[in-house]
Design a protein around this ligand. Structure first.
Ligand SMILES: C[S@@+](CC[C@H](N)C(=O)[O-])C[C@H]1O[C@@H](n2cnc3c(N)ncnc32)[C@H](O)[C@@H]1O
Length: 416
């Protein structure tokens, strides 16, 4: 895919210490991306067709899970999706200030929590590792924070793990910075216990969805089968299923053809977060594109080479995602006794953290006009409402010590 003010106790009040370091870091180069290759047919399509012929249509959930995570041919396992040469570009790859502000957010929350030791700085789905690299660079302004945390990544792709390690350690070495120990895990439940600072950018949208469709007064699960020509096609289950969860959160009754989406992996994720929060303080941020009121609709989509494509074509070769339903996440999180802040738009959040003031400070004295122009273009992409600013939302989840979380308590609305 892809408040201009200072306020008491917020990141912008931490003084100007370290701005020079941030300025230097701001223009660190980023590696070029490999172009994605194109194929007319592919081994995952063959594998899934054989599975359907043998055992019948797949649930949409299982189809999406295979597209993204098939151990041999899944999109995140077998491809290089990121950057200009890939299929999409994410916020940390667009502008380094994104990760830097999140690093400072973690430092601030750590202070609010009384500077606990043995903290776990956790990132879910770190992609290329750019967000954490930028966050660690900004957080190095407060060495005591970095000395008191370990970094834990939840990442299923072995290739991306290697890329993350190379980028983060490489940038730290190049700039002579110490970084905490890095660990990788397949699942959040494998991260050792401890006070947690958790960040996830565009992770939830990669968790598979199921869909149910309303037909003649009943709900039917949507499946993926084969048409007469042997191409993937949407089907409905023969038998109706129970009413989907969360219908009461939708503002109108269902009519013929309405679709409801459900994300089982997000439920498991929130349960795991709540479990961690029940044992140790926790504060986390979930960034994603999505909607803040539960609604009917089909948001299953595919992106390939920065273009939308048919999600039933070429499984494993395109990024398949669906919008994140923040209303349901918030509802469930509160049921699990987590405190929820937001969701607010990415624009509101970054502006409340002082992204514009920080950018102005960083640009002061910058001689390289081309780099400065690129930086401003990237920044606008993150916050402008017609770009990522409004579609992307962020929600904070807090448990334990109930710290005030920066970015969500601004009494002033952004004036644009
Ligand atoms: C869209 S990318 C987000 C990249 C990164 N957060 C960024 O902002 O650039 C999704 C990331 O989550 C990882 N991922 C996808 N599904 C996962 C799962 N079920 N468990 C762990 N990691 C997963 C992918 O390998 C990838 O690193």
């Amino acid at each position: 895919m892809s408040g201009k003010r200072k306020k008491g106790g917020d990141l912008t009040d931490k003084g100007d210490d370290g701005v020079e370091e941030l300025l230097g870091a701001l223009f660190e180069g980023r590696g070029a991306q490999q172009p994605a290759s194109l194929e007319a047919d592919n081994p995952l399509a063959i594998k899934l067709k054989a599975r359907i012929e043998q055992a019948g249509p797949l649930s949409l959930h299982d189809y999406m899970e295979a597209c993204l995570g098939d151990p041999e041919f899944g999109y995140y396992i077998a491809r290089e999706p990121f950057g200009r040469g890939g299929d999409f570009i994410t916020a940390p790859d667009i502008c380094q200030v994104f990760g830097e502000l999140l690093g400072l957010w973690c430092v601030q929350v750590w202070r609010e929590l009384g500077q606990p030791r043995n903290g776990k700085l956790i990132e879910l789905g770190p992609g290329r590792g750019a967000l954490m690299s930028d966050a660690l660079r900004a957080a190095s302004l407060v060495p005591e924070f970095l000395q008191s945390v370990e970094v834990h990544f939840v990442e299923t792709s072995k290739a991306l793990r290697a890329e993350q390690e190379q980028l983060i350690k490489g940038q730290a070495t190049e700039h002579g910075r110490d970084i905490p120990q890095l660990f990788w895990h397949d699942r959040l439940q494998d991260v050792p216990p401890g006070p947690s600072f958790l960040i996830a950018n565009e992770f939830v949208d990669a968790l598979p969805i199921a869909q149910t469709l309303f037909k003649q007064g009943q709900w039917f699960e949507r499946l993926v089968g084969l048409d007469e020509a042997g191409h993937f096609t949407f089907l409905l289950a023969d038998k109706p299923c129970p009413d989907p969860d969360g219908l009461s959160l939708i503002s109108r009754p269902a009519v013929e053809g309405d679709i409801v989406e459900h994300r089982p992996g997000a439920t498991i994720l929130l349960e795991q977060i709540a479990k961690r929060a029940s044992a140790h303080p926790l504060a986390g941020l979930l960034f994603d594109y999505g909607y803040d009121k539960r609604a009917f609709g089909d948001s299953f989509q595919a992106l390939r080479n920065h273009q939308f494509s048919d999600p039933l074509r070429d499984p494993g070769l395109a990024d398949v995602t669906a919008h994140v339903d923040f209303a349901s996440l918030s509802h469930l999180a509160q049921e699990l006794e987590l405190t929820v802040a937001g969701p607010v738009t990415q624009r509101e959040f970054l502006v409340a953290l002082g992204v514009r003031e920080r950018a102005a400070q960083l640009l002061q004295g910058q001689q390289n006009m081309i780099a400065a122009g690129q930086f401003m273009t990237g920044l606008q992409r993150l916050i402008e409402p017609d770009q990522m600013g409004s579609l992307f939302k962020v929600m904070a989840l807090v448990g334990g010590g109930q710290p005030q979380v920066p970015g969500f308590r601004s009494p002033l609305r952004d004036q644009g």
